[in-house]
Design a protein. Sequence first.
Length: 359
Amino acid sequence: MAEATAPTPAETTATNATAAGNGRDRWFDLLRAAAIVRVVLYHMFPVAWLGLGFPAMGVMFALGGSLMARSVDRSATRAVRGRLRRLLPALWLLAAVLVPAMLVLGWDDRPGWPALLLWLLPIAEPQAAAWAEPVSGVLWYLVTYLWLVLLSPLLLALYRRARLLTVLAPLALLPLFDFVPWPFGDRSASVIEDVLTFAACWVLGFAHRDGDLRRLRFPVVLAISVVATSGAVGWVVTHHGADGIDLADSPLAYAVYSIGFVLVLLRLAPRMDWLTKRRRADAAVTLLNSRAVTIYLWHNAAITAAFPIGDLLHVWVFGDTVAEVGYTAIALWLLAMAVIHFGWVEDVSARRRPRLLPT
């Protein structure tokens, strides 16, 4: 949730995107809600065009960087501590359910206790049993977010000394990292690659908060966006792997493509009056923002569990199309149950009054 503070250049020029009276940037809220929906849809229907249509992870990291810059300006220590307080309790609740289940149901390659501590402080992706990997696989985002939060005071200081260099440095380091031998194992290498992939989007969030993007003429921003996105797509099309065209297969292309999208989305400041006038849409955006971490952490668990439950209900007897609708409906129902039963943790973490469905 955005916190009240003295207006920055970006805020004074983006008042049209802020809902009157509640202090929140509803454009940011809408982008975050769209990103969460896109992530869920992509994991339900993993088709490449969803990633091309809206690079959700880059957008979420850019939004996080913008909000983090404002908090760091007030107090770096409090900013880091506050983000950890909001991020970790939802993970701990997932761990309280998943780790005992893995110990009881079978965990052939269970790591030692030091590695299990990653479920408490995920500086690397926690290990999971093979059957639980679809659930734990989404935790790379929390790991990357955590490291960017920890690095934000340093990154923000570097950005204000050398703006363009700080944005471009991760893009230069990313291909070099692929060619330089890394002696500390694949787990830490994966963390560094993810941080480098999304660091530029995070830093562009700083540029938004400082008002630097607003100083660029929109045609210039649009031209940079077109060059970045078309160049990234061109690279993926001419260098695609065995699984076809997928931005996720090329971290550098994904980073550049995300930058192209993020530049335009952060530069815009559309009027959001239409959202506040539509109560159901406004309530849905509020709900998705208030339960974003819960939805992200539990959506793959819901999707994974939907298939055995659907098989028990014999949804497949009605044909492929009806069965697909049935599995999807079960997954959404399970996700709704997770939000209702576990979402209150986000209210407690944010020091809000716990609510069943905050709309």
